[in-house]
Design a protein. Structure first.
Length: 129
């Protein structure tokens, strides 16, 4: 089992990967370089150190996730251990908006495909019931 390290800082891209916010460290670094990650309301580069108590905001597509650093792990931790290292401050409304948007993406039609046919409309009605 991984325990909090005595070391009080690690790279932000490594911390985001260790907390399972991003699937790979390179994705986390790319998000930092793109300006999608802020620490205490300041843009963060991938090599910036993360310390306990800082608030990190990550923009993933249309979803904005906010977490507070509790501790810094030595390496990637299991999903069950993530709450020991960070507190999720993302408002519930953000999760509701994300669920709503995912439903809209399923219902979206390809541009130029024309009006839905009677069959398409019936399938959609069955799906929404």
């Amino acid at each position: 089992m991984t325990t909090p390290d005595e070391k009080s800082a690690t790279r932000v891209d490594q911390w985001l990967w260790a907390m399972r916010i991003f699937k790979t460290r390179s994705l986390a670094g790319g998000a930092c370089r793109a300006g999608s990650v802020t620490i205490n309301e300041l843009p963060a580069k991938p090599g910036r150190d993360v310390h306990a108590g800082e608030v990190i905001v990550v923009q993933q597509g249309l979803f904005r996730r906010t977490v507070q650093v509790v501790a810094v792990p030595r390496s990637r931790v299991g999903a069950k251990l993530v709450p020991q290292y960070c507190t999720d401050l993302t408002p519930p409304e953000e999760f509701a908006r994300a669920r709503e948007r995912s439903g809209q993406q399923l219902l979206a039609r390809e541009k130029g495909s024309g009006r839905p046919t009677k069959r398409d409309r019936r399938l959609l009605e069955r799906f929404l019931e």
